[in-house]
Design a binder for this molecule. Structure first.
Ligand code: NDP
Length: 521
């Protein structure tokens, strides 16, 4: 196992597996069988290093076969959530005194173990949240990247920082941790986002309570086990699954919580931001909130675009992982002069998308995550049928499991609900723009600002979009999904969140505060 404290070679991303290598495919089949063999296993809370089974359980189901229980996670009571916060506060007193090198060493070890067990993590994602094999591997590869990248970043921040010298004084600036954090991730990058948010917090010297998404609590349990396996001391990461509505409010408004790292929907993000502004009793700090929220991402297709490339980019961005990525394309804004041609080509492309059990290698799309999502997306499809013209899909794709067809609805008005509201499923609105000016205006007409893409062969349009397309992650002539750690620091504007730029050089700053020290000499 590599335990090098200082990584010498530059950071590079893990390559995502396509599973075209028969050895990879065989390993994945074995891993799926191994995870299936663990179906129904119980996962306890972990508070101060102690495993606690509760009577109340959160059921993680396989959305491809909802009658299959992937695992049962204990569900924390309010008192247990309070105990977890107290344990994190105690552990902070020693963890904050460890060096960045010590903390990074744990994380490098965890990255190494995750590499070794990669197919098992892939398989769990396939079975717990319905990712296709390739999407699952992309999620796990990103998690490994986050571990590697943030551990290196912690080492960088621990080095001396340049400040202007002055006669008669010796000055230095150091970054110190904040305290106890609440880590509240979503289910859609159940491995990467959960592991990335947790790692960033602890590698900088904070301690945390991790409240996972109730849809992917088993993956979080695996990760917490992994951290303890590599020796992260007790109390540094406390694992308290429980429904957001039951223990979430308590955690985010608790006076010992110094910061909250949240990724999820706009509604919950706003709610958390409000609660965090008035903890009771009032602590002696302003609770820091980093909230990454929803999106309504557009791909603009200009008259001069390579149409085949644009159709491909839109189809992949809209329907990869069933459209359940915050970066998913949910609006194609297409120049009127090529609109009909685009819609026809897109219809043909979408017809080739296979939908079915995510554990079958050849299925491009699996199920949506749960019954509530299935119902809500189905309702949006009905709204869409009234607001526009159904081009593809629109129906349930199988009797059992939460499968929906990839759905394209054309002729959507820029102000229609399908154009404005986050659906978070395989539903694409196609909108006709009179010209490029109009396309830019539509692209910026929602309350969100997460990702966007422009297909064009015209440099002037690219220049304009660089100025005007108001999103945190803007792409040209490529899909709107698939941000790589370190390469595409990720985060959005407006109601898409605080633009924390996960996987970027500024991210760890959000988990620290700077202390300047000056000594007369
Ligand atoms: P939710 O907002 O429903 O849930 C996110 C997390 O918040 C879950 O762990 C949830 O727990 C928890 N939660 C819910 N209510 C509360 C509460 N009152 N207090 C504290 N925690 C609470 O989002 P989803 O998990 O459904 O994720 C999908 C959303 O995430 C989409 O809107 C997507 O755009 C966004 N997203 C944004 C990203 C970005 O970088 N901007 C990246 C990925 C996703 P529980 O499950 O128990 O309810």
């Amino acid at each position: 196992m590599t335990t090098t404290l200082e990584r010498v070679a530059p950071f590079t991303n893990q390559a995502i597996k396509t599973f075209s290598d028969p050895a990879d495919a065989a390993a994945m089949k074995d891993a799926l069988a191994a995870v299936r063999a663990r179906f129904g296993e119980h996962y306890p809370l972990v508070i101060d290093g102690k495993k606690i089974e509760t009577e109340k359980k959160i059921r993680s189901i396989n959305p491809s076969h909802p009658d299959e229980i992937v695992g049962l996670t204990s569900s924390a009571s309010k008192d247990q959530a309070k105990e977890a916060i107290a344990a994190a506060a105690r552990a902070f007193e020693s963890w904050k005194r460890t060096t960045a090198q010590e903390r990074a060493a744990y994380i490098f070890k965890a990255a190494e173990l995750m590499r070794q067990r990669r197919f098992h993590y892939d398989a769990l994602l396939v079975l717990e949240v319905g990712k296709s094999w390739v999407e699952a591997d992309g999620d796990v590869a990103e998690a490994i990247d986050f571990l590697e990248y943030y551990a290196r970043e912690a080492l960088r921040y621990a080095q001396p920082h340049p400040i202007v010298p002055i006669d008669g004084e010796r000055n230095e600036l150091v970054y110190i941790p904040l305290g106890v954090g609440a880590i509240i991730p979503p289910w859609n990058f159940a491995c990467a986002i959960m592991a990335g948010m947790t790692t960033a917090a602890i590698v900088t010297g904070n301690t945390v309570v991790l409240k996972p998404s109730s849809d992917s609590a088993v993956m979080a349990a695996w990760f917490v086990d992994l951290l303890h396996e590599v020796g992260v001391p007790k109390g540094v990461v406390n694992f308290v699954p429980g429904s957001g509505s039951e223990i979430g409010d308590l955690i985010v408004s608790h006076p010992q919580i110094r910061f909250i790292s949240f990724t999820g929907s706009k509604e919950v993000g706003l709610h958390i931001n409000e609660l965090a502004a008035k903890p009771l009793p009032r602590p002696k700090w302003l609770t820091r909130v980093v909230a990454e929220m929803g999106g309504k991402d557009s791909i603009v297709v200009a008259a001069d675009a390579d149409l085949d490339a644009a159709v491909e980019g839109v189809a992949i961005s809209a329907f990869g992982f069933q459209g359940q990525k915050c970066s998913a394309c949910s609006r194609a804004i297409v120049d009127a002069s090529i609109y009909d041609q685009f819609v026809e080509k897109l219809k043909n492309r979408v017809a080739k998308i296979s939908v079915g059990d995510a554990s079958v290698q050849t299925n491009y799309m699996g199920p949506v995550v749960n019954e509530a999502a299935f119902k809500s997306i189905s309702e949006y499809i009905e709204i869409g049928k009234k607001e526009g013209r159904l081009i593809s899909g629109g129906k349930r794709a199988a009797d059992k499991g939460y499968f929906l067809e990839p759905t394209v609805i054309a002729d959507i008005d820029p102000q229609a609900r399908l154009s404005q509201e986050e659906i978070f499923g395989p539903v694409l609105a196609v909108i006709k723009a009179k010209d490029f000016d109009h396309a830019m205006e539509i692209a910026n007409n929602t309350e969100f600002g997460l990702t966007g893409s422009l297909y064009t062969s015209d440099e002037k349009k690219i220049e304009r979009a660089r100025e005007e397309f108001f999103v945190g992650n803007l792409y040209f002539n490529r899909k709107s999904t698939g941000a790589f750690v370190g390469v595409h620091p990720f985060g959005g504007f407006n109601m898409s969140g605080t633009d924390s730029k996960a996987g970027g050089r500024d991210y760890l700053l959000l988990f620290m505060q700077a202390k300047t020290m000056s000594r007369k000499v």
